[in-house]
Design a protein around this ligand. Structure first.
Ligand code: ADP
Ligand code: MG
Length: 572
C-alpha cells in the first residue's frame, strides 16, 4: 500500500529529537492529493550534501495543453520555464524557513539567461516531475522532526501548486517563453539554406551588465542593433513573423573597429547564439550555427597527440607536430590544438577575438617574414589557412580584429563597429588592400592537410578518488572534477550553466565505460555519447535521477576530454 504524506508527517513527529541518522527511514515514496513525493537519498548528517527528492504529477492533472509541449523546442522551453518557477518558489520557502547550515534548505538550481534542457524538470507522456534537494532540518545533530514535517508535508505540496500546474502559471509569460525558443530554433534551422552562419535581429540588445553578470545591461545608453542595408536579411518566424537583421554569410568575416566600439560584445553574443535565450534577454533572435566554437590561446594547457601540422611544423627538440603532446602548451600551440580539436568533432564555424589570440599564430607580416625566414619559423599563421578552411573544408571564421589590416586580403565580409553600430566596409577595405599590398608571402603550400584520427584509451580515464569509486563534480563553470583530476575549463567560453559542467563530467565517465572501445576515434566517442543523451535524455548520465544536469554540446564535452591531463590516445 502506498504511504501518504500524512504517514510521513506522523513518522517525522516520532523521530523528533532523535539522532540525525533516524532520518534514513524516511526514504521511499508518499502519495498526496494527485501527486507523489519520492525521497531518493537521505543525507547522513546535517552538513553532508543535501537529501534528494522528486515530486511527480500525472500530466493530465498538471493540465498543460498539448501545444505547450507537442514540439521539441516548446517541450524544452516548458520544462525550462517550470524550472524557473519551481526554483523561485523553493527560494521563497527557504528564505523563510532556513536554520543553520543546510538545515531547512529547499533548492533547485536557478537557470540563467539560456533556455536549456535540464534534468531538474522532466516531462514524459505520463507525468511532469521536479527534482530538488532539501537539507533535512537539524538542531546540532538531532532531528527537528516537526520542522521537517512542515517542509515535507506543507511546503512540498505548495511547490507543486505554485510551479507544476498550468492554471497557476502566468500564461502570457509562459507563451512568450515557448515562442521565443521556437522562433530561435526555427531561425537557426533556416541559416544553412540562407547561406548564413549567424543572424542578429535588428533591435537586439547585446551588452551585458558586467563580466560576471550575464543579464542585459539596462540603460538608456544601450544602442540597439541596427543592420547596414547591404547585409540586411529578412526571415519569417512562426511567432515573431517577419524579422530583419544582419545575416552573416559563410566564409571569412572580420569585425573591425576602434577599441571600445562593441566588437567583442558582438562576438560574445554570437558565441552564445548556439543557445536560445529567455524573453527580455536582448539576444532572443541572435542565433549562430550550432557547431560554432570559440577559439582562443590557452597557454599552459595539456595537449595529447594532436596533429597540429596545418599550423606548426619542424618544431625544435624533435617534438612531433603530427602527434603533438605537451604538458604545457604555448600560446600558439595551444590555439592551434584548440582549432584542430574543434574541427575534429565537426565545428563548421570558428569564432576568434584578437584580445585572446596568440599574435604569432594569427599573423606574420612581411617584415618579420624577411627577418625570420620560413625554415626557422615552425608556424604557418592562421591568415594563410583561413581561406583553405572556408574553401576546402566549408569551415567559416568570424574574427574580431583591430590591429592587422593584412586580413583584408582573405576576408569575404568586413564589418566595422562604430559606436556600437555595424557598417559594411568590405568594399572600402578591398580598395585599401589593392592600393597598399602587404608584401607578405603566403606560407601555406598545397591545401589543408588531412589530420590523423585519435583513438582515446579508456584506461587513461580514472573517475575514482580515494575510497570513492566515482568522484565527479563540477566547480562552477571553471572546472570538471574527474577522479583526482581537476579539468580546467576556464578557457572554454561557451559553457553557460554549472549543470553543463556536471553533466560533462558524467558524460566523460559514460564515454569511458561504454564507448571507448579502442576502435572509435575521439569524434566517434563524442558522437556516441551525444546520441545516447539524445535518445534517453540527461538521465542516461546518472542512474540516480538527479536534477543536477543541463544539456551540453559535443564541443564542450570534447574540450573536457582534451584537457584531461591523464588522457592517452593512439593515432590510427
Ligand atoms: P571592443 O571589443 O570593440 O573594444 P567591447 O565590445 O568590449 O568593445 O565594448 C566596450 C563597452 O561597450 C563594453 O562595456 C560593452 O558593454 C559596451 N557596449 C557594447 N555594445 C554596446 C551597445 N550596443 N550599447 C551600449 N554599450 C555597449
Ligand atoms: Mg574587444
Amino acid at each position: 500500500m502506498l504511504l501518504t504524506l500524512t504517514d510521513l508527517q506522523r513518522q517525522l513527529h516520532q523521530i523528533d529529537g532523535k539522532s540525525y541518522p533516524a532520518y534514513k527511514d524516511i526514504r521511499g515514496r508518499y502519495g498526496f492529493e494527485d501527486a507523489t513525493l519520492f525521497i531518493d537519498h537521505v543525507q547522513g548528517d546535517p552538513f553532508a550534501a543535501p537529501s534528494r527528492l522528486r515530486v511527480r504529477l500525472p500530466l493530465a492533472k498538471a493540465g498543460f495543453p498539448p501545444e505547450t509541449y507537442h514540439q521539441r523546442s516548446r517541450l524544452i522551453a516548458l520544462c525550462d520555464f517550470l524550472a524557473r518557477r519551481f526554483a523561485g518558489a523553493c527560494q521563497a520557502i527557504s528564505d523563510r524557513s532556513r536554520g543553520s547550515g543546510k538545515s531547512g534548505l529547499i533548492a533547485m538550481d536557478r537557470p540563467g539567461q539560456e533556455i536549456l534542457e535540464r534534468s531538474a524538470i522532466i516531462i514524459t507522456t505520463e507525468f511532469v516531475e521536479a527534482r530538488f534537494v532539501m537539507g533535512l532540518p537539524a538542531r546540532g545533530r538531532r532531528v527537528l522532526g516537526r520542522q521537517a514535517a512542515g517542509l515535507l508535508g506543507e511546503n512540498v505540496p505548495q511547490l507543486v501548486e505554485a510551479a507544476l500546474r498550468y492554471t497557476r502559471l502566468d500564461q502570457p509569460q509562459l507563451n512568450a517563453h515557448l515562442n521565443a525558443a521556437e522562433d530561435a530554433d526555427a531561425l537557426r534551422a533556416q541559416l544553412a539554406d540562407l547561406g548564413l552562419i549567424a543572424f542578429v535581429a535588428d533591435g537586439s540588445r547585446l551588452p551585458r551588465r558586467s563580466g560576471v553578470d550575464d543579464r542585459p545591461l539596462h540603460s538608456d545608453q544601450v544602442v540597439p542593433f541596427r543592420t547596414p542595408d547591404s547585409l540586411k536579411v529578412e526571415v519569417t518566424l512562426p511567432h515573431a513573423g517577419r524579422v530583419s537583421g544582419l545575416g552573416l554569410p559563410r566564409g571569412v568575416t572580420l569585425i573591425v573597429g576602434g577599441g571600445y566600439h562593441g566588437k567583442s560584445t558582438l562576438l560574445a553574443a554570437l558565441e552564445v547564439g548556439v543557445y536560445n535565450h529567455i524573453p527580455g534577454d536582448g539576444r532572443e533572435l541572435v542565433v549562430t550555427d550550432p557547431t560554432a566554437v570559440k577559439i582562443r590561446a590557452e597557454d599552459g594547457r595539456r595537449v595529447e597527440g594532436v596533429d597540429i601540422r596545418p599550423f606548426i611544423n619542424n618544431l625544435p627538440n624533435h617534438s612531433s607536430a603530427a602527434a603533438f603532446r605537451t604538458e604545457n602548451a604555448s600560446g600558439s600551440t595551444s590555439q592551434a590544438a584548440n582549432i584542430i580539436e574543434a574541427l575534429e568533432v565537426g565545428a563548421k564555424l570558428l569564432l576568434l577575438d584578437e584580445d585572446t589570440c596568440a599574435t604569432n599564430l594569427m599573423i606574420r607580416d612581411a617584415r618579420m617574414q624577411a627577418l625570420v625566414e620560413k625554415p626557422g619559423e615552425p608556424i604557418t599563421p592562421f591568415i594563410d589557412r583561413v581561406r583553405q578552411l572556408a574553401d576546402e573544408r566549408a569551415v567559416s571564421t568570424v574574427l574580431v580584429l583591430g590591429g592587422s589590416g593584412d586580413y583584408f586580403d582573405v576576408a569575404d565580409t568586413i564589418i566595422r563597429m562604430d559606436s556600437y553600430v555595424p557598417y559594411d566596409v568590405t568594399a572600402a577595405a578591398k580598395v585599401i588592400a589593392a592600393q597598399q599590398p602587404t608584401g607578405r608571402q603566403a606560407e601555406a603550400d598545397g591545401s589543408w592537410p588531412a589530420s590523423t584520427p585519435r583513438i582515446p584509451l579508456a584506461r587513461s580515464l580514472d573517475p575514482s578518488k580515494g575510497r570513492r569509486e566515482v568522484n565527479i563534480k563540477g566547480r562552477a563553470l571553471r572546472a570538471v572534477l574527474f577522479g583526482a583530476e581537476e579539468i580546467d575549463m576556464t578557457a572554454v567560453a561557451q559553457l553557460v550553466d554549472e549543470g553543463q559542467v556536471r553533466a560533462i563530467g558524467q558524460a566523460l565517465n559514460l564515454a569511458r565505460q561504454r564507448f571507448m572501445d579502442g576502435q572509435r576515434d575521439v569524434a566517434g566517442v563524442i558522437e556516441a555519447v551525444i546520441a545516447e543523451v539524445d535518445r534517453h535524455g540527461l538521465d542516461a548520465l546518472d542512474r540516480r535521477l538527479t536534477g543536477d544536469y543541463v544539456a551540453f554540446r559535443a564541443y564542450e564535452l570534447a574540450a573536457a576530454l582534451n584537457r584531461l591531463r591523464s588522457l592517452e590516445v593512439r593515432q590510427s
